[in-house]
Design a protein around this ligand. Structure first.
Ligand SMILES: [Zn+2]
Length: 436
């Protein structure tokens, strides 16, 4: 279903003149909204609204999200600076309706309150430049019964989306159709592999989360997605300066990629090593600190690793991407031998990372572990996930956000990568201490 029309970017002056909405623009753009409290929403700047409005690239602005949901009904309203084209998608596991929009700058000075009833929550944000998304979580199958945009006298557009219950079988049929069209869209080519000497090994660096998915957010507002991107860019620069390897990033800006897309980038590029960067958070144990190196495994080495993998794997569901594509099917059809070799290589790279990083940065007391991370399921690409530290620890945040620490960490990871490829030992003789 498509409603409205993409409106011209004439919003600028209208917003500046439009009283409350103009005033709200003085609040810094918030990367996303969630139906729960979020530290990021407290961030403010004194950027004047007129300067922002004068930018030719300014997106449609949206303020005042409101969700009213009860048993058997739901209503979502939002104020926009211009009409937008919206399409709706139905997703299962978990049940969601995803509204796809052109780039919308979601602004909020406060987090919306959690709702209950038919629509149990929502989250909104940027997916990629030019594309935004609002993800509605459903407690039972539902459809959009109406979506209207009405322009007020002051130029502001009021968007109202109404939800009504739907039969489970009908919802499943609609969701299956949605999945089909997404599968076609997914055939589009991915980021291009860096050219140059193809004999040099290719390292894919994956900055976790991005766009609508912020990952863990520290009490002070530091978001995992921004922190890991900074370190990914430093690591790329370090590896390119050192030479010897080619580097490909899964993302170089603030965009969302599903976990299976990240795996696909590594596989299609025929990467020799895949490194996913993250930063953990433990609300109950703020004294826990340090970096941990993970490899993939169906069986987690311990309960804490299992919890972490489960949290990282929820990324797709939160961001309105389809869960369950990629990974598992691949594991079923792959040859055991290839997988065993990949695991041995992952284990050896992990051990090398522990050695190099231990000498440079603070490590967790159990620095090498394994768990079922979806992003580590490429059967033919040795894959590692680095949790750089804990966003729940003030000490770790201070370190991880400092330039000195970032440079030291990038250099240590870089040394491990270079060493990994320099060691011309057969994979079977490398120490794979954790991979089962
Ligand atoms: Zn993460």
């Amino acid at each position: 279903m498509v409603i409205g029309k993409p409106h011209a970017r004439s919003i600028a002056l209208r917003i500046a003149a439009a009283g409350t909405l103009g005033a709200v623009l003085a609040v810094v753009q918030v990367a996303f909204w969630m139906g729960e409290a979020c530290a990021q929403t407290a961030a403010r700047t004194s950027a004047p609204p007129v300067a922002e409005a004068a930018s030719p690239t300014v997106a449609v602005a949206a303020v005042d999200p409101r969700l009213d949901s009860a048993e058997g009904a739901g209503r979502f309203t939002l104020s926009l600076s211009a009409e937008v084209a919206i399409t709706f998608d139905h997703l299962v596991q978990p049940l969601r309706i995803v509204a796809e929009l052109p780039e919308v700058s979601f602004q909020a000075s406060r987090a919306p309150k959690p709702a209950s009833g038919l629509v149990s929550g929502f989250r909104a944000g940027l997916v990629a430049p030019g594309r935004s998304r609002i993800v509605f979580e459903l407690s039972s199958p539902a459809r959009v019964s109406s979506a209207r945009q009405v322009r007020r006298a002051d130029g502001i557009v009021d968007l109202a989306i109404e939800f009504e219950p739907m039969k489970p079988a009908e919802f499943e049929a609609v969701a299956a159709k949605s999945a089909e069209s997404r599968a076609l869209a997914a055939l589009a080519p991915l980021a291009s592999v860096p050219s140059g000497d193809n004999r040099r090994p290719l390292v894919v660096i994956d900055a976790g989360h991005g766009g609508i998915d912020s990952g863990a957010v520290a009490a002070g507002g530091v978001a995992e997605k921004a922190l890991v991107l900074e370190i990914a860019l430093r690591l790329r620069d370090h590896l390119e300066a050192a030479g010897g390897v080619r580097v490909l990033l899964t993302r170089a800006d603030d965009r969302f990629l599903s976990l299976s897309e990240r795996v696909r980038v590594a596989r299609e590029a025929r990467a020799d090593l895949f490194i996913s960067l993250h930063a953990d958070s433990l609300s109950a144990a703020q004294e826990v600190r340090g970096a941990t190196i993970y490899t993939g495994s169906e069986r987690a080495t311990d309960a804490e690793s299992a919890r972490l993998a489960q949290k990282e794997n929820a990324s797709d569901a939160l961001a309105g991407a389809e869960a369950g594509q990629g990974g598992e099917e691949v594991l079923d059809i792959l040859m055991d031998l290839a997988r065993r070799e990949t695991r041995a290589m992952s284990g050896s790279a992990a051990a090398r990372l522990v050695t190099e990083m231990s000498g440079a940065v603070r490590m967790h007391r159990i620095p090498q572990r394994a768990a079922g991370f979806r992003v580590l399921t490429a059967p033919d690409v040795p894959s590692i996930l680095i949790e750089l530290g804990f966003l729940s620890s003030k000490g770790d945040i201070a370190l991880m956000t400092s330039e000195a620490w970032q440079k030291t960490a990038a250099a240590a990871i870089g040394r491990a990568v270079t060493g990994h490829f320099a060691a011309k030992i057969p994979a079977s003789r490398r120490g794979a201490s954790i991979s089962p």
